[in-house]
Design a protein around this ligand. Sequence first.
Ligand code: NAP
Length: 330
Amino acid sequence: MTTTNGSNQKVYNTIVVGSGPAGLTAAIYAARGNLEPLVIEGYQAGGQLMLTSEVENFPGFRDGIMGPELMMQMRAQAERFGAEFITKNVTQVDLSGPSKKVWVDDDLYLAKTVIVSTGASANLLGLANESRLMGRGVSTCATCDGFFFRNKVIAVVGGGDSAMEEANFLSRFASKLYIIHRREGFRASAIMLERAQNNPKIEFVLNTVVTDVLGEEIVEGVRLKNTQTGQESDLKLDGVFVAIGHTPNTKLFAGQITRDDKGYILTSNDKSHVTASNLPGVFACGDVQDSRYRQAITAAGSGCAAALDAEHYLENLTDSEPAAVALGTV
Ligand code: NAP
């Protein structure tokens, strides 16, 4: 049951910020737990799965499911149990006190707990045709899309651990793989680099940047430029995996929620509330706090944990804090 404050403004039990697999799973569990959550889903609702085509590794869908369809199903499931949605971006937050303040432009929403699930965005090269052909040969997730490139020629862009890991993974499917990296030195750890260097399917193209992605309907190749000679060339390909890092969407929370040096939200090591942030009543789940696994199913799992942590926190609120609510079973 939701309460009101002294000024008769509604105080939500929980506001979920973000609507990828983590946020929507948190919303489903919170709604089924009678917390009547408000989900501020953002203008670009649904998270990174909205950018993918077929998802074949989300359990429960034997024949796969399109990313956007999966997200629509999750949203409808949360709505079915009473989650309320606002399709706008959160513009400001004040999460310090027991009454959490969340603004959407001039509108202020109050809550006893906040679940942050704003995700992370894969960094892109910034080329117009890269965005246009996303999901049609351009990908940012080898685990998600590698299977579609059986016996194909593909390239991975980047020189970090992600690029090496993705290239090694993709070599299970591809007939030939290029790692295109803008310089000669690597950020990747020695062992990951060595594994890629010893992989007979992988060829390194160094001191080289991708200046365009070629193809009308699907990727047919990339245009390359050697950074030392300035020479341009075209490379025929069936797919391009961009693996140049991720940026967690946490600017909104800077100065309030503790983050690591890359901006990921730091969550508790205490197994009794693994999604707790440094602020009481504020929880984080999904890619916004996970730079390692970054899978829809791991994000969904941590969304479930965040809802359970929020519910537990609400159950233990003292009388001096906002009134505890009648809680159902999650
Ligand atoms: P990263 O370490 O930041 O590497 C990003 C790579 O992309 C760098 O080689 C960088 O080149 C390149 N790059 C960045 N912007 C670019 C651009 N605009 N155009 C072309 N190239 C660009 O990111 P990551 O590989 O995703 O790794 C992130 C973290 O996760 C790291 O700490 C990593 O160790 C960890 N990780 C670990 C594992 C594992 O242990 N199994 C697997 C994956 C990731 P420069 O080097 O020239 O800057």
